[in-house]
Design a protein around this ligand. Structure first.
Ligand SMILES: Nc1ncnc2c1ncn2[C@@H]1O[C@H](COP(=O)(O)OP(=O)(O)OP(=O)(O)O)[C@@H](O)[C@H]1O
Length: 534
């Protein structure tokens, strides 16, 4: 018997952005009915390759073959027609449309016509049941938890009859139980004969769910191996070219005086919705307080209010001195002058000015520092020189200070923000999702830097959706859900399961299926949101 044609075959794909060769002569075969992982360092070229497959970019050279046929993919419509669906890291859903409207949007001639709505509702219901992707079709996207939004993205692809699904870092926004559930769904899809490409930095996920894994390095496809015949250590080495410490090496904390004291902090967003409902916490010198939680439960607002970018009420003291809680404006600057550094969760909108160069971004927010002034002008030569040093130390690739922020890969953008904030040697570091989208080699380095700051007696408030990161870095862990701290634990007295439940607002371990307890809690929250929005 002859083997079936690959679901996807790429032959000799190359793509350059100016001097950067993002993809070099890449060939890969993905067999139907398999889950194929793609891993690689930041900037290795994974997103570029997937963007070519999905019709966002045109390759400079090479061919795409789908199910044995040479296929041109000039745009994403052509990709959809070829049966390819993509679940993006940043969901592309219309927030004030319902689930149903989002699913059919653009999929049908005539858009949102009434007759097609009824039919579509039926199809959606069937798909949701078949693949355990239950969501309320009439709910507005803006009321949905991120995990449920992701289900909508998958449903949208399935509705368009995608046979090939590309998922880009899908578990970054999920609790462990939700991630397990997603993997069950992917497994079911595989059993149905669908083909899945999974891009992830998490080797645990690669080992758990994929059949085959390809490794990219500096624009090239360097290895493709069967998952059953490899190990996380080997993959890490293939990816980074050296051995990587897969655990954080750290001594017990020796906490000193209280640096940050937050008392009954509240925040109401511009829609009048209360996002922080009375948060109290303390962080001491030489200590890392980890805030675990699923995105959208008040952690971002906590960082923004503490960082001086959003209004709030309550009391915040820095070494016993109250700091003003104000709105946007120069307040962030006053905080920076008092040695508070802030790595915001969303590097694209808050951490960087995308059109500015890397060197300009390395002083963004700190440019008033007299050191950077030269008479009435900025001392650009000095800033550029320092930027080059920071970029080298944080291994930003390419190490080109003159490149605009938007032209770096996601992980490298993150390194630029971290280089700026950590290199200030702040007394208090507020850090959101420090390793989001960052490869394991860089994670190792960033974690070491955070621990180094702690050991130098600094206070660190770490917000992360990654439980591995929270558990391995934190000296104490607070879990947030729906604007409140649900509980505080020490890392050695808890585990992923307990934290995962708290993250979904479940305070007692359920007897039966954890996923249904989580779904119930999330749906109750979604209903509350919907009521608030009238
Ligand atoms: N539009 C663009 N203009 C210029 N350079 C780009 C552009 N898009 C990507 N690059 C460069 O191409 C290379 C590959 O980037 P790509 O985003 O594909 O990497 P990646 O493997 O997906 O990385 P990450 O894991 O950080 O998301 C990087 O060096 C990046 O700086």
């Amino acid at each position: 018997m002859t083997d079936p044609a690959p679901a996807i075959e790429l032959k000799g794909i190359s793509k350059a952005f100016g001097p950067v060769q993002a993809n070099k002569d890449i060939s890969i075969r993905v067999m139907p009915g398999t889950i194929h992982g793609i891993i690689g360092e930041n900037g290795a070229g994974k997103s570029t390759l997937m963007s070519i497959l999905y019709g966002f970019y045109r390759a400079d050279a090479g061919e795409v073959w789908i199910n044995g046929n040479k296929t041109e993919i000039p745009d994403s419509q052509a990709a959809i027609k070829a049966g390819i669906g993509m679940v993006f890291q940043h969901f592309k859903l219309v927030q004030n449309f319902t689930v149903l409207e989002n699913v059919i949007l653009g999929a049908e001639e005539g858009g949102l016509l009434k007759p097609s709505l009824a039919k579509a509702r039926g199809v959606l219901k069937h798909l949701a049941e078949e693949y355990e992707l239950s969501v309320d079709p009439e709910q507005l996207i803006e009321n949905l938890s991120v995990g449920h939004q992701q289900r909508v993205e998958i449903l949208k692809a399935l509705y368009r009859q995608a046979d090939i699904l590309i998922l880009d870092e899908p578990t970054g926004v999920l609790t462990p139980a939700e991630a397990d559930h997603l993997f069950r769904i992917l497994d079911n899809l595989r059993k149905e004969g669908k083909t899945i490409i999974l891009i992830t930095h998490k080797l645990r996920e690669i080992m758990e769910i994929t059949d085959t894994v390809s490794v990219m390095r500096r624009g090239e496809m360097t290895a493709t191996v069967k998952t059953a015949e490899t190990s996380p250590e080997q993959l890490a080495e293939l990816m980074v070219g050296r051995k990587v410490l897969l655990r954080v090496d750290k001594k017990p904390a020796a906490p000193g005086e209280t640096v940050l004291d937050v008392d009954n902090l509240r925040h109401v967003d511009r829609h009048g919705v209360e996002r922080l409902k009375g948060v109290s916490l303390q962080v001491r010198a030489g200590e890392i307080l980890g805030i675990a939680g699923v995105a959208g439960n008040g952690q971002s607002e906590l960082l923004e209010v503490l960082g001086g970018y959003a209004e709030g009420t309550g009391a915040v003291r820095l070494r016993g001195q109250e700091i003003a809680l104000a709105g946007r404006g120069s307040d962030g600057q006053a905080r920076r002058a008092r040695s508070i550094a802030h790595v915001p969760e969303d590097r694209q909108t808050e951490g960087l000015i995308m059109s500015y160069t890397a060197w300009e971004n390395t002083v963004f927010g700190y440019h008033h520092d007299p050191r950077y002034q030269s008479g009435p002008l900025m001392n650009n030569a000095l800033i550029r020189e320092e930027a080059a040093g920071k970029m080298e130390r944080f291994d930003v690739r390419p190490p080109d200070p003159d490149l605009a922020a938007r032209n770096f890969s996601g992980g490298n953008q993150q390194k630029i923000v971290l280089a700026r904030e950590i290199d200030r040697d702040p007394d208090l570091l507020l850090v959101g999702q420090p390793t989001r989208g960052v490869d394991i080699g860089a994670i190792e380095f960033i974690h070491q830097e955070i621990v180094r700051l702690r050991d130098a007696g600094k206070a660190i408030l770490l917000v992360s959706v990654e439980l591995d990161e929270i558990l391995s870095l934190s000296d104490r862990i607070a879990v947030m859900f729906d604007g409140r701290v649900m509980g505080e634990r020490r890392p050695d007295e808890t585990d992923q399961t307990e934290l995962g439940l708290l993250m979904a607002g479940v305070t007692e371990r359920p007897e039966g299926d954890a996923m249904s307890a989580i779904d119930r809690s999330l749906e109750a929250k979604e209903t509350r949101e919907a009521e608030r929005h009238g």
